[in-house]
Write a protein that binds this ligand. Sequence first.
Ligand code: IPE
Ligand code: IPE
Ligand code: MG
Length: 220
Amino acid sequence: MHIAIIMDGNRRFAAANNLARIIGHAQGADNLGKIMQLCPKYGVDTLTVYALSGENLTKRSVDEVSNLVDLITKMARSYKRKLVGQNVRVKIMGKLKSLPSDLQTAVEELVESTKDGTKLVLQICLNYGGRAEIVDAVNNAIASGQTLITEELITQNLYSANEPDLIIRPGGELRLSNFLPWQGVYSELYFTETLWPDFGEAELAKAVEFYQSRQRRFGG
Ligand code: IPE
Ligand code: IPE
Ligand code: MG
């Protein structure tokens, strides 16, 4: 089973608990570590997480963006050994090349050192936008000499074509915010008011139970 999570609500968590914004983001990042470890128990072999959108980078303050970049760099470094031990393979979706070079290096090293992981694929969306992904896919297809764009060609040129069975959005917003518009067309959608740093095992179990109660028809 492939689950995708829009990790939303970090700043509201910080505000509600009288913490600095960056602590809310840090607790959100820690929570990813916990949820990831629970994946095998719930039959999840692929976990895709929305960590940073293209819009976050252009629309948030310089301060917040720089804090987020530092946090993700630190996490990428400190999780490397842990993820190798947990047999997790990390992949990145998004425009890594336009992020600061320290972050790029840390993330590239994480991807390289976890490349033999077989228990869980963790796809991290960084500087990700679903529309940009589709535009990049079309341009890649054109660059390779294609003149007639088909669904198959776009699928082959996405950052990752892996389609989530279930998309979870904590934090109470009922929208997708430019997350997986191509891969998610037939995903089941689960929304909860719980803020991401508070989203624990009980919440994950509820989301999986919701998924199991759905009848998927794919138009049939
Ligand atoms: C999600 O939490 C993390 C990122 C978008 C980087 P937010 O920062 O959006 O927190 P809220 O949704 O404003 O509470
Ligand atoms: C979506 O959350 C992006 C991530 C969780 C990384 P946002 O907080 O950016 O989404 P909006 O602004 O509420 O749509
Ligand atoms: Mg948000």
